[in-house]
Design a protein around this ligand. Structure first.
Ligand SMILES: [Ca+2]
Ligand SMILES: [Ca+2]
Ligand SMILES: [Ca+2]
Length: 173
């Protein structure tokens, strides 16, 4: 049974990047770009709390901060605080958010305006969110050493390998 589980886990690990590339996970408005507009719509969905399945990136049937974490870390491969989404959280992001002029004004703010916590405003709690994430001036997050297959054919191929392996195990018993 352990072998079955291991094979299944391997297939999932190998296929996840292929699925991501083919279905543009995180591009909620389907305009071909994964940008702040998508993150802002995810954040709005978290606040509304209707948990539409298309925003549920971690598959737990709830759309919450956990899905924002997945979008920022896994989909966009960056840090909280990276307001201009250039892959790094640094002083350039502070320049951008203070230029937007929403800090502690009570005006509605988006990601690019400094609302990293997702409550719709830019205040001190956003710095706590960003610095808790811990990416300030660290450059881009480290790249995971997972192979990057890019087409659905790899998904089919790995599913076939899994099926053949399972059949062999079954026959050998
Ligand atoms: Ca979720
Ligand atoms: Ca940045
Ligand atoms: Ca905020």
């Amino acid at each position: 049974m352990k072998t079955y589980r291991k094979l299944f886990a391997c297939a999932l690990l190998w296929c996840a990047p292929a699925l991501s590339a083919d279905s543009a996970i995180g591009d909620f408005n389907m305009d071909g770009a994964i940008d702040t507009a998508d993150l802002d719509s995810l954040t709005a969905e978290v606040r509304v709390g209707t948990s539409q399945p298309k925003f549920d990136l971690n598959g737990d049937s709830v759309v919450d901060f956990g899905d924002r974490l997945i979008w920022v870390h896994e989909v966009k491969h960056t840090w909280f605080g990276d307001s201009n989404l250039d892959g790094e959280f640094n002083s350039g992001d502070f320049v951008a958010v203070f230029a937007a002029g929403k800090y502690e004004t009570g005006s509605q703010a988006r990601w690019a305006d400094g609302d990293w916590s997702g409550d719709g405003f830019f205040d001190s709690s956003d710095f706590i969110t960003a610095f808790t994430d811990g990416g300030y001036e660290l450059g881009p997050p480290p790249v995971a050493t997972v192979p990057e297959p890019s087409t659905i054919s790899l998904l089919i191929m790995s599913a076939s390998i899994l099926a053949i392996s399972l059949r062999r195990i079954a026959v050998s018993r």
